[in-house]
Design a binder for this molecule. Structure first.
Ligand SMILES: Nc1ncnc2c1ncn2[C@@H]1O[C@H](COP(=O)(O)OP(=O)(O)O)[C@@H](O)[C@H]1O
Ligand SMILES: [Mg+2]
Length: 251
């Protein structure tokens, strides 16, 4: 059974950045193969990895509405298309969810997707899911449990309180969450004591333990601007060391 790690948090808090760093970590530590799922309708994780998106799962679901070849069943068709949509790299595959159903959803397609996902999941040691701010896409993946839910927050009192609430939105999704953690991202160095107080409050009130704090990093900003893959970031950089220390602690 693969371990499932999901990232959550408000828009712009660093979910996609942290997904890319976590992928780099899993590859470096040989915790592979990894299925990386971009579950944000406005997919952009691929850009941080220098990869082009082909077929998205949203498009596959749409194809399921139309004619399918006569010689195969719908679930076989789904499975075949799902494999086609995977971007296969060394140590990991990237799956891009793409746009959700509009009104008049062909919900049977989601059931086929769920079945195909079940089969596919067995091939991996880790499934890493970069989410949109809401987590609606998660229910389509048929994941029944999350081993590690990482909730990202910006470095503000309100941001940290919001993270506490986001950690709870998984409850109605019928998902078992085994461990949830808070990561405060883009923090100034040093972290102001008032922010530290807020973090401690949230940790207590929302039962959301602090995994760690990532400081604001010019190296990340530079890498994003350069368009080079985050996998090529130098392991000696402070942000990589910080991130790896956090991942060592929680995985
Ligand atoms: N620790 C950090 N230091 C500097 N910039 C960061 C850091 N984390 C994220 N960013 C930048 O913040 C922006 C939003 O991050 P992103 O990971 O896309 O957030 P999300 O996926 O939650 O919307 C990006 O431009 C990213 O480069
Ligand atoms: Mg994102």
């Amino acid at each position: 059974m693969p371990k499932v790690i999901a990232l959550a948090g408000k828009g712009g808090t660093g979910k996609t950045t942290t997904s890319a760093l976590l992928l780099k970590y899993l590859l470096d530590k040989k915790k592979t193969p990894v299925l990386l799922v971009d579950a944000d309708p406005n997919a952009n994780l691929n850009e941080l990895l220098g990869l082009q998106v082909g077929l998205t799962i949203g498009q596959v679901r749409k194809e399921m509405k139309g004619e399918i070849p006569a010689h195969i069943s719908r679930d076989q068709f789904m499975e075949m298309k799902m494999h086609q949509s995977l971007i296969e790299e060394s140590g990991f595959d990237l799956m891009v969810m793409g746009q959700p159903d509009g009104p008049g959803c062909y919900c049977a397609a989601n059931q086929f997707l769920a079945m195909a996902m079940d089969h596919l999941a067995d091939n991996y040691q880790y499934i890493l899911v970069d989410n949109e701010a809401g987590m609606e896409h998660l229910s389509r993946l048929n994941l029944t449990s999350i081993d590690h839910l990482l909730v990202l927050s910006d470095p503000s009192a309100r941001g940290v309180m919001t993270a506490g609430r986001i950690a709870d939105i998984v409850k109605p999704l019928n998902l078992k969450v085994h461990e949830k953690w808070l990561i405060v991202n883009r923090a100034p160095n040093p972290v102001p004591p008032t922010l530290m107080d807020k973090i401690e409050q949230t940790v207590l009130n929302a039962q959301l333990p602090l995994a760690g704090i990532f400081h604001s990093s010019d190296d990340l900003i530079q890498q994003e601007l350069s368009g080079n893959s985050y996998l090529a970031l130098d392991s000696d950089l402070p942000i990589i060391q910080e991130a790896y220390a956090v991942f060592d602690k929680i995985l």
